[in-house]
Design a protein around this ligand. Structure first.
Ligand code: F6R
Ligand code: ZN
Length: 191
């Protein structure tokens, strides 16, 4: 017997703004939320002391049914840097090791960083239209290296869970920084 939550629903995405309607939850992440992630702790502290700064927004809609669930998330990363390091998401690995995810770059440019707990590392170049499959067991982070908003859609099972701890402790193997006006990947000294 179908319950109310088992019926199809749709939301309307706006390609210009990268927002959709209706949205259930909007979460903002500021530099203070990424204090453990950005490498230049002095600049992080200065930004926080000056009132903090928005790095990205997550617009989120869980589609829960009586049998299973899917989540839709749109992330909007503002252009900018903290020190030499480009704005980026915190990055996480799914708690369940059988849970993949799809990311779809709508607008902007940058990189999807992927990393296993054993230290395999990949960086996928992103332009509008790039769709990436994040296999289970790969931590993931998106970096905005462009000069406008980077917007991407994510779809995953709610049961995947989010583990931020491995990234908080060591980060990703590479930092994505601006050097001489260009994007550069440098070794993370804490790895
Ligand atoms: C969900 C997912 C995305 C991110 C979002 C923000 O599994 O990968 O919806 O949650 O892009 O990034 P984090 O969660 O790393 O702050
Ligand atoms: Zn994820």
């Amino acid at each position: 017997m179908l319950q109310e939550i088992d019926y199809p629903i749709s939301v309307q995405f706006d390609f210009e703004s990268g927002t959709f309607d209706p949205v259930k939850v909007r979460t903002d992440r500021c530099v203070s939320d990424l204090a453990l992630m950005f490498a230049d702790k002095k600049v992080v502290q200065e930004i926080i002391n000056n009132g903090d700064r928005l790095v990205y927004e997550i617009w989120y809609h869980p589609f829960e049914t009586s049998k299973s669930d899917m989540a839709l998330g749109v992330t909007r990363i503002l252009p900018g840097k903290v020190g030499a390091e480009y704005h980026m998401t915190k990055g996480h690995i799914h708690e369940r090791d059988d849970q993949p995810e799809i990311y779809f770059c709508i607008q902007g440019e940058g990189y999807l960083l992927l990393q296993t707990l054993d230290g395999d590392f990949r960086a996928e170049r992103w332009t509008p239209g790039t769709i990436s499959h994040i296999p289970p067991m790969w931590a993931h982070r998106v970096v905005n290296t462009g000069n406008k908003m980077l917007i991407f859609v994510a779809s995953y099972h709610l049961s995947a869970g989010h583990d931020y701890q491995p990234i908080e402790e060591k980060g990703f193997k590479k930092l994505v920084v601006e050097t001489d006006g260009k994007v550069a990947f440098i070794d993370n000294p804490h790895w």
